[in-house]
Design a protein around this ligand. Structure first.
Ligand SMILES: [Zn+2]
Length: 392
């Protein structure tokens, strides 16, 4: 067996092809790619490591476009924490992330941003197409996000500090001077996400017209405009985004940040292909119940069935969701074909980010795959054909 490029033959799996089908068959992983699916000639599988799938599910790897950390790590604390965090993601079935950074536009921050961007090529345990900047051109505060007006000079400094590795930036439609910012991001090939907003329909539509294509942690920090005429329910960014087929949305599917009905409403408005799962995870995600230290000057309490909370005042302190748990929640909440629901954590975000060959269950695609146990816990995770996790 070639140690650098191991090959795997997965026998008797239920292959999930999101948006298309679930079918029984076999899978062959070689040279980092899915070489074949379905009925495979036994002569092709010599020298492969064989895994008995026992009829378990094989899905594309999960793609998280909004995540700040995992376990005890934040991606931004240091280069070392970033690399350690990435190495832990296989156990949750995550094979691609956009490490999400809340800008702190102050001395030293640009160097810190570049340090993380420079570390990306070293990561092998998960795909990192680029960074997601949550701000700084936001209209409403939330999780320490700055609220600066659109500023092309500052944007160019951020783009430069990301070393060509900025996949997405989240902005608010009502931020002053935001349209030139969206134009510049579009030219730079950076996806524009909408969030932290109380925008009017007109402001939201202008941002979409300029090139915004996605709304992140939809419903969280999405306020309706103020009521002007008593009895007339105000319409704002939520309705404009639901009504526009050009825009996809993502949700923190933990049952705490958003009610499952909001997810069902988005699927009813847009179809399931335009709805994605994110974690928005911070320190505490995936950790057992306890009290943990954070770099924010307070401790957090992690409790079964709840999001992490400030240990003394009890307020929500980000999300403790992991991608595997989000998928288990969606499979319980959403009454749609199973393959469509798996797409919300894999194929849909890949399509939104225009990642070629990622998140697809087809011969020739990158072998980012998850084999699930019958209780929907992760058994094996492959990233580019290499095992990033195997349950003992
Ligand atoms: Zn966030």
């Amino acid at each position: 067996m070639n140690e650098d490029n191991p090959s795997y033959y997965l026998e008797n799996v239920r292959i999930v092809d999101p948006g298309n089908s679930v079918s029984s068959g076999n899978a062959l992983i070689r040279n980092g790619r899915i070489e074949a699916l379905g009925i495979i000639d036994p002569a092709q599988v010599d020298s492969c490591e064989r895994i008995d799938g026992q009829g378990r599910l094989l899905t594309p790897g999960l793609i998280d476009v909004h995540t700040h950390g995992i376990l005890q790590y934040l991606y931004t604390t240091s280069r070392q924490d970033f690399l350690l965090a990435c190495s832990e993601l296989g156990q949750f079935g995550t094979t691609t992330i956009l490490p999400t950074i809340v800008p702190q536009v102050e001395p030293g921050w640009f160097e810190q941003l570049s340090e993380i961007a420079d570390a990306i090529p070293e990561v092998t345990s998960v795909n990192v197409p680029g960074l997601h900047l949550e701000g700084p051109f936001l209209a409403i505060k939330g999780s320490a996000a700055p609220t600066l007006p659109g500023d092309l000079k500052l944007l160019d400094e951020i783009i430069a500090a990301c070393r060509g590795r900025m996949s997405a930036m989240s902005v608010s439609p009502e931020t002053p001077n935001i349209i030139p910012v969206i134009d510049r991001l579009f030219e730079n090939g950076t996806k524009v996400f909408l969030t932290h907003t109380r925008a009017s329909p007109e402001q939201t539509e202008a941002a979409i017209e300029a090139g915004a294509t996605h709304a992140t942690h939809f419903y969280d920090v999405f306020y309706a405009p103020d009521e002007k005429d008593p009895g007339v329910r105000p319409v704002g960014a939520v309705e404009s985004i639901l009504a526009d087929q050009r825009v996809s949305v993502d949700f923190i599917c933990d049952g705490i940040h958003v009610h499952p009905t909001a997810i069902r409403a988005a699927i009813a408005a847009k179809g399931s292909r335009k709805v994605c799962l994110i974690t928005d995870a911070v320190i505490g995600a995936g950790l057992p119940p306890d009290i943990y230290d954070t770099p924010w000057g307070f401790q957090i309490r992690v409790k079964e069935g709840d999001a992490p909370r400030h240990a003394t005042n009890g307020t929500l302190s980000g999300s403790g969701l992991t991608m595997d748990e989000g998928m288990r929640n969606l499979l319980k909440w959403i009454d749609r074909p199973e393959h469509e629901i798996w797409g919300m954590g894999s194929t849909n975000p890949a399509r939104m980010l225009e990642l070629a060959d990622t998140g697809a269950m087809k011969a020739g695609a990158s072998a980012d795959l998850v084999l699930w146990d019958f209780d929907l816990r992760v058994s094996h995770t492959w990233v580019n054909g290499r095992l990033s996790f195997q349950r003992e």
